[in-house]
Ligand binder design. Structure first.
Ligand code: S3P
Length: 433
């Protein structure tokens, strides 16, 4: 397969100023799209993610019998299969999306039929053992290709399990819950570090009964789901790029409207506050138990301080670590990241690529197996950035480039569209030059 790699030139900026409303959260859109497609009736979602990853989820669910339409006013309408999927005509293509592949595997393991899940080169390198273990414990018949995709599933009735996940992963948790939803008895998944809880909240919104304790989630199957109408909150992981961009310039002012502020996702706001940003949250609302609010940010005149991220904090901030590392040289005291070895098995090896690209911009950085130390007080220069086809690397270094000396070329910039197709236009809109 020949893939075209685009390049994007980023010029330095003087300031970040403006007000934005961001497209819908990727994690929530995956779940609403998948549950709506499995439920009884027609669901309607406004502000659904515009990213290619969520389109992969919808395309797989269409191949399994759901009906998906996009109305002129941007609403995604999904008519579900009412709990029984149809046999797809061919392999289900999950594209670049780990969430699609891991979560759909749980849904399909309990369905009658044979299913093959494939993905692009990056997804075909990502670890899938983590879902095979619990699903096989439930009695599922699942074949991986040396621990990776393609995944072949011979679906059928399963048994409930009580499982403690060795890796903190909301995708693994969701995979088990979606199998448990269809399985007689109570399936429990336990996690030492609490991961994002969108699946628990979404399952409840679609009418399922889910029981939670501080470190476990249980579901008693079989249960049916009913269609909902929902607005997807703005994606806080996309907002992270703008919040970090604002942090680079003393006196920046940014307002982000209708942003998802689920406490399992909003840790970034605490970290940015500890670095010195002034953040206020206004108009907080609850939509299907997801918090939505307006975030107003002012960057401190005296610049950014320093911070250390490890333990459960590293797991909760996993998607935001590349951009935090990319702005770290511009802080006064640097940023230390540990316990983030999961970064090595994301869409790329994000530790290796962040280190490589920081060095390309002239920064000093020390790499560890599970993180890095980025000293503060550094000046960076423009460089050619290798995104490795990873959306978060392309966007993180577009932000670092705003305060560099000289222009920066982002290679593989089209990858931003995996989660955030509007990224470069919005960056141009708020970056004052
Ligand atoms: C996600 C969970 C995280 C995150 C990914 C989205 C989700 O992955 O990095 O971007 O929607 O559940 P893991 O489950 O692998 O930690």
């Amino acid at each position: 397969m020949h893939t075209v790699s685009e390049e994007r030139l980023i010029r330095p900026a003087k300031n970040i100023y403006g007000s934005l409303r961001l497209p819908g959260d990727k994690s929530i859109s995956h779940r609403y799209g998948m549950l709506g497609s499995f439920a009884e009736g027609t669901s309607r979602f406004s502000n659904f993610s515009t990213g290619a990853d969520c389109a992969s989820t919808l395309a797989c669910m269409e191949a399994l019998g759901a009906k998906v339409t996009r109305t002129e006013d941007g609403i995604v309408e999904v008519t579900g299969v009412g709990g029984v999927v149809k046999q797809p005509a061919g392999p289900l293509d999950c594209g670049n999306s780990g969430s699609t592949m891991r979560m759909i595997s749980g849904l399909l393991a309990a369905q009658q039929g044979e299913f093959t899940l494939i993905g692009d080169d990056s997804l075909s390198r990502r670890p899938m053992e983590r879902i095979r273990k619990p699903l096989e414990k439930m009695g599922a018949r699942l074949t991986l290709t040396e621990g990776h995709a393609p995944i072949h599933i011979l679906g059928g009735p399963l048994q409930a399990i009580d499982f403690t996940t060795p890796v903190p992963s909301a995708q693994v948790k969701t995979c088990v819950l979606l199998a448990g939803l269809q399985t007689p008895g109570t399936t429990t998944i336990r996690e030492d570090i609490r991961t994002r809880d969108h699946s628990e909240l979404a399952l409840r919104a679609f009418g399922a009964n889910v029981h939670r304790t501080s470190n476990s989630v249980s579901i008693t199957g079989p249960q049916t789901l009913s269609a909902i109408e929902a607005t997807v909150p703005g994606d806080i992981s996309s907002a992270a790029f703008f919040l970090c961009a604002a942090a680079l310039f003393p006196g920046s002012q940014l307002l982000l409207d209708s942003l998802g502020l689920n406490p399992t996702r909003a840790t970034l706001l605490d970290v940015l506050t500890s670095l010195g940003l002034q953040i206020s949250v206004l108009n907080l609302e609850d939509k299907h138990s997801e918090l939505i609010g307006t975030v107003q940010v002012t960057s401190p005149a005296e610049g950014l301080g320093s911070t250390s991220i490890s333990g459960s904090l590293a797991a909760q901030l996993i998607d935001e670590l590349p951009v935090l590392a990319a702005i770290a040289p511009y802080t006064s005291g640097g940023i230390r990241i540990r316990d983030a070895q999961e970064l090595r098995v994301k869409e790329s090896d994000r530790i290796a690529l962040v280190v490589q690209n920081l060095k390309a911009m002239g920064a000093e950085v020390i790499e560890y197996e599970d993180g890095m130390d980025v000293p503060g007080g550094q000046k960076l220069h423009g460089a050619t950035i290798e995104s490795g086809g990873d959306h978060r690397i392309a966007m993180a270094f577009s932000v670092a480039a705003l305060r560099a000396e000289g222009d920066t070329l982002i290679r593989g910039s089209e990858s931003a569209a995996i989660s955030f197709p509007e990224f470069f236009d919005l960056l141009d809109f708020v970056a004052e030059r």
